[in-house]
Design a binder for this molecule. Structure first.
Ligand code: PLP
Length: 420
């Protein structure tokens, strides 16, 4: 059975051109970039060229790029690194309720050291209000961290507007761009971002490599002790094939951005329209327009996300309920909960994320499998076809009244609410 892979927000398959670019650095050019012999120098040159390429695409200087092991390390290094370098000035951070756990848990890690974090709410589409950021900043605020695009519902934040606020206040601004890099154009200088996290495996690069870009003037302390690699900012022998692969993948994504985004948006929109049409008690989560082009995320009333995933998996469809880290746990997603969905909906989340290799057959597969699977799951519990508890079924409450303010299938035509 062919796997229909609809989980590109969790990770993406590596591109064959990226593997080809990496291969010499496992075999022919296997030197340590810190070694002075020829193969070491060749490895150093490859790391430097990759750094130049990544900096150019992100609107940064090469000297500002620090290679890490991925998004989690970059987020931790950004938050803990700025906090530890700034604690003499203040111990207050501002972030949002819908960040990835790499950010949320890094903020929590700082608490025993006397730091305090304000977690900003989002609206029902997952948007942060820049005025909320302005109001949250205090004289002792030393960092604001807001993601560019959400990993679960795909909502894209107004980071340029938030940067205008942080600039005015003189507070460093970190952006977790792990889901956005490769998909959205990012120009750190133009956007006014001070630190940014990216991770190669989200844009068809290798796993276990990422970068934290830190503008030169930002107070920051490295997390690792040891060698002087990365200009004393990240001790440890560089992952040369990984760095080369990340640069190759980012170049590839950057050069094909418009075509890839148009392709995945077409598949996403077709899927959303057809599923909302076929499944009663369904709604799209996240923003109707300001969202990643490949993200179709849903809430279904009165079903468990885990059960939906198992049904899809048995039919050869790989998807996710919320983020990969929270699947396997029965807790509702903190992101979907922050959107303010009613209890009856928050557990029934599904995230379908498309990639360049998906096609309309994949849309057909999910449209064939998902509606009957949800009908079966609802029939197992005492619920109506739209997920309403049977004892609550009254004529006026039959279809989705009070189900929260974002796109659903309560009225014809709402299927277009997820179009980007
Ligand atoms: N930040 C966001 C928004 C993510 O989606 C992820 C991964 O899912 C991470 C951080 C962590 O990245 P990595 O898997 O490279 O550690």
């Amino acid at each position: 059975m062919r796997t229909v892979y609809l989980d590109h927000a969790a990770t993406t398959p590596i591109h064959p051109d990226v593997v080809a670019a990496m291969a010499p650095f496992w075999y022919d050019v296997a030197g340590n970039p810190s070694s002075i012999h020829e193969t070491g120098r060749a490895a150093r040159n490859a790391v430097d060229a990759s750094r130049d390429a990544i900096a150019a695409i992100l609107g940064a200087s090469a000297s500002e790029v620090v290679f890490t092991s991925g998004g989690t390390e970059s987020d931790n290094a950004a938050i803990k690194g700025v906090a530890l370098a700034s604690m003499h000035r203040g111990r207050h951070l501002v972030t949002t309720a819908i960040e990835h756990h790499a950010v949320l848990h890094a903020c929590a890690w700082l608490e025993p050291l006397g730091f305090e974090t304000t977690y900003l709410p989002v609206d029902s589409c997952g948007l942060v209000d820049p005025d909320d950021v302005r109001r949250a900043i205090r004289p002792d605020t030393i960092l604001v961290s807001v993601m560019l695009a959400n990993n679960e519902v795909g909502t894209i934040q107004p980071v340029a507007d938030i940067a205008a606020v942080t600039r005015e206040a003189g507070v460093p601004f970190h952006v977790d761009a792990v889901q956005a890099a490769g998909t959205l154009p990012i120009d750190m200088r133009r956007l006014g971002i001070d630190l940014i996290s990216i991770s190669a495996h989200k844009f068809h690069g290798p796993k276990g490599i990422g970068a934290l870009v830190i503008r030169d003037a930002i107070p920051w302390r490295p997390m690792q002790s040891g060698g002087s690699q990365e200009r004393n900012r990240r001790a440890g022998t560089e992952n040369v094939p990984g760095i080369v692969g990340m640069a190759a993948a980012l170049r590839l994504a950057d050069s094909r951005r418009d075509a890839t985004n148009a392709h995945v948006a077409t598949l996403r929109d077709a899927t959303v329209a057809r599923l909302l049409n076929a499944i009663p008690g369904a709604q799209v989560t996240g923003h109707p327009r300001e969202r990643l082009p490949n993200n179709a995320s849903f809430a279904f009333r009165g079903v468990e996300g885990e059960s939906i995933l198992l049904s899809l998996d048995m039919a050869g469809i790989a998807a996710s309920s919320g983020s990969a880290c929270t699947s396997g746990s029965t807790e509702p997603s903190h992101v979907v909960a922050a959107l303010g969905l009613p209890d009856d909906w928050v557990r029934g989340t599904l995230r379908l994320t498309f990639g360049r290799a998906n096609d309309h057959d994949d849309v057909e597969a999910v449209v064939r499998v998902l509606p009957p699977a949800i009908a079966r799951l609802r029939a197992l519990s005492p619920r109506g076809a739209d997920g309403t508890p049977r004892d609550a079924l009254a004529p006026q409450s039959r279809v989705g009244k009070g189900a929260g303010g974002i796109g659903g299938n309560e009225a014809p035509g709402q299927a277009s609410t997820a179009r980007a």
